[in-house]
Design a binder for this molecule. Structure first.
Ligand code: GYE
Length: 328
């Protein structure tokens, strides 16, 4: 009993910081339980760490508006504890559906069980959880990150076909413990393992941010005079690393070849400018499909357990061609 009361108080206290982070975005003034027949969706976003994330947030907010779904939105600033608090607050507010992009893969079972007990369906977007009980969520919509890592590795293998010298690779990993960091590392590693000339000489997290990407690349450059390739798990870290490479008097894209993932506008511009060599696309425009799933789940329809986003890859020439019409 005591626990229950303190939880309610904690949830009440939470309402203020949630609102301060952009909070309820619907502007409609209606809330759950007020008799409005709008579907109320509570969405817990990872943060605002990258261009990808900004585009993803916009896609979700725009498409909720378009679909007439009331969106309660909160930004967890890349902290799992904030996401858990937000989810608990949505449970307490009795939203119709909860969707979230889990910052890391592990540690969700308890809060997901709480949502299930409250009979609030959960949809995972963008990133996966490692819960073995798949009844804890209805569906998972997002990219195949292992496949993205493989595509990055495939390009490298092709680029160095016929060459025998060692290729020294440094890797900037995404947020530690996140699905895209784990899977992009794995997919890439599996492909390049087929040829011993590829050597990953340093691999560290840059937390998916530009600032961290720059900082870690500076350290890589100091410790390793002979870097041939940078594989960055997203464009933002790659863009930060470009600054570090230029700062060290080297030419990104030429002295050090760069492969990144995402294909946001700034990344595509650097690719077109010859500073990045190859980008594996990861689409952040998940909003329309998410709203579609929200409506179906709310109506009690069966939805596929997994919805995989379709995506492509870009060379420098392809980037030049598509840049003018790029949405994000
Ligand atoms: O690649 C990165 C972002 O989860 C797919 O998160 C997403 C990743 C994306 O910070 O830029």
């Amino acid at each position: 009993m005591l626990r229950k009361i303190s939880m309610v108080i904690a949830a009440g206290l939470l309402a203020a910081p949630l609102a301060a982070c952009g909070g309820d975005d619907s502007g409609s003034g209606s809330d759950s339980g007020s008799g409005s027949d709008k579907i109320v969706l509570g969405f817990s976003q990872v943060g605002a760490e990258s261009g990808w994330r900004t585009a993803n947030t916009k896609s979700i907010q725009d498409s909720a508006k378009e679909a007439g779904i009331e969106l309660k939105f909160s930004d967890a600033q890349q902290k799992q504890e904030n996401q858990i608090k937000a989810i608990r607050s949505y449970i307490q507010q009795k939203v119709d559906i909860i969707a979230f992009s889990p910052v890391v893969e592990s540690g969700w079972d308890t809060v997901l069980k709480e949502a299930k007990d409250a009979k609030i369906p959960v949809i995972l977007t963008d990133r996966a959880v490692d819960s073995t009980d798949t009844s804890l969520y209805k569906t998972f919509i997002g990219s195949d990150f292992v496949e993205e890592g493989k595509k990055a590795g495939d390009w490298l293998v092709k680029e160095y076909t016929g060459k025998t010298e060692t290729v020294n690779i440094v890797e900037l990993q995404g947020t530690t413990g996140s699905a895209p960091a784990n899977d992009r590392k794995k997919g890439f590693g599996d492909v390049i393992a087929a040829d011993p000339k590829f050597k990953v000489i340093a691999s560290q997290t840059g937390d998916f941010t530009r600032a961290k990407g720059k900082e870690v690349m500076e350290a890589f450059l100091k410790a390793n005079p002979d870097i041939d390739v940078l594989y960055a798990h997203n464009d933002d870290m790659g863009l930060g690393a470009i600054e570090a490479i230029e700062g060290a008097g080297k030419k990104p894209g030429v002295d050090i070849k760069i492969i990144t993932v995402d294909a946001v506008k700034d990344g595509m511009q650097a690719l077109a400018d010859g500073k990045i060599n190859y980008i594996v696309e990861c689409s952040p425009l998940l909003g329309p499909q998410l709203m579609d799933l929200v409506e179906k789940v709310h109506a009690g329809e069966t939805v596929p357990a997994r919805v995989v986003t379709e995506e492509t890859t870009f060379t420098q020439e392809q980037a030049k061609a598509v840049l003018p019409s790029r949405q994000y």
